[in-house]
Design a protein around this ligand. Structure first.
Ligand code: PAF
Length: 289
């Protein structure tokens, strides 16, 4: 299938995508992959631009992956708009939009699951059991379909990035995983497809995630090494927003995602907060003395 003039080619079969990419690599073209669930925004666009700057051929996958949603989560309601997504791909200069139907990706119930235990069960994994196994399984599948490439993920989903990096390393997949900086609204709110769920009042309070992280980083940089004190500081800032319900505020080792040690060297601060039906996450790096 070919896209509209000037837009990406649209591919909806695994075999078709593989054939195109094998042919490109035979001509020594570097392949960049941006995995997405669609409803693309400026954050995805910056991933595509990053991929564009480092590769000859950029593939954007657009697939709302049922495996990573728990019963009762927003799989059915997850926002979808393929025409809009293709326009964003065109603006960012993506070459191929891989938009498979569910039947193409999962023609039969999936019996194989990729699980990165210690990294998957904490933080977001604690309140969304099985979520990261679903993410790792579909990303492993995408890496297998696309083959040798560089793959671009946003740092906003810091835990996801750590899990995907670890999976690629553990399984010796021929993929270079590249983390890219979070893109924000002018008031500091990290871009997310789920921001679409926020009411006007919730949207007005949502930058509290960023403010909490900055307050936590200031405490760390002032010399605090007790992670619990830093977490309490972030939680207190979030508690100041009347519509916010905190899921967690954590200070962790960026490689292991482990809490509960004196903070030393690189530290990652992460928060997850519910506003109505939206569950928002954000994170920030800092250095303990
Ligand atoms: O970050 C996302 O949008 C998804 O978790 C991903 C990586 C595309 C897997 O479905």
């Amino acid at each position: 299938m070919t896209g509209a003039a000037g837009g990406p080619a649209i591919e909806d079969t695994i075999s078709g995508l593989r054939a195109r990419l094998d042919e490109a690599r035979a001509r020594r073209r570097r392949v960049g992959l941006v995995p997405t669930m669609g409803f693309l925004h400026a954050g995805h666009r910056s991933l595509m631009e990053h991929a564009r700057s480092e590769n000859d051929l950029v593939v954007v996958s657009i697939f709302v992956n049922p495996l990573q949603f728990n019963p009762g989560e927003d799989f059915d309601d997850y926002p979808r708009d393929l025409d809009h997504d293709l326009a964003v791909c065109a603006q960012a200069g993506a070459d191929i939009a891989f938009a498979p139907a569910q039947q193409e990706m999962y023609p039969a119930p999936v019996a194989t699951s990729v699980s990165i235990g210690p990294l998957s069960d904490v933080l977001c994994g604690a309140s969304r059991p099985g979520h990261f196994d679903g993410v790792a399984t579909v990303v492993a599948k995408l890496f297998s379909i696309v083959g040798e490439c560089s793959a671009y993920f946003g740092e906003k989903d810091f835990q996801q990035l750590a899990i995907v990096e670890r999976m690629a390393k553990d399984l010796s997949l021929p993929v270079r995983v590249v983390g890219c900086p979070t893109v924000r609204e002018p008031d500091g709110l990290a871009l997310s497809s789920r921001n679409a769920y926020l009411s006007a009042a919730e949207r007005a309070q949502a930058p509290v995630l960023r403010r909490a992280l900055q307050a936590g980083a200031a405490v760390v940089e002032a010399g605090e090494t007790d992670g619990a004190v830093v977490e309490a500081e972030m939680a207190a800032v979030i508690a100041g927003a009347s519509l916010a319900r905190i899921d967690y505020a954590a200070a962790v080792d960026p490689a292991t995602l482990a809490r509960g040690r004196p903070l030393r060297g690189e530290v990652r601060l992460l928060v997850a907060v519910r506003f109505g039906r939206a569950r928002l996450i954000d994170n920030l790096g800092c250095r303990a003395g």
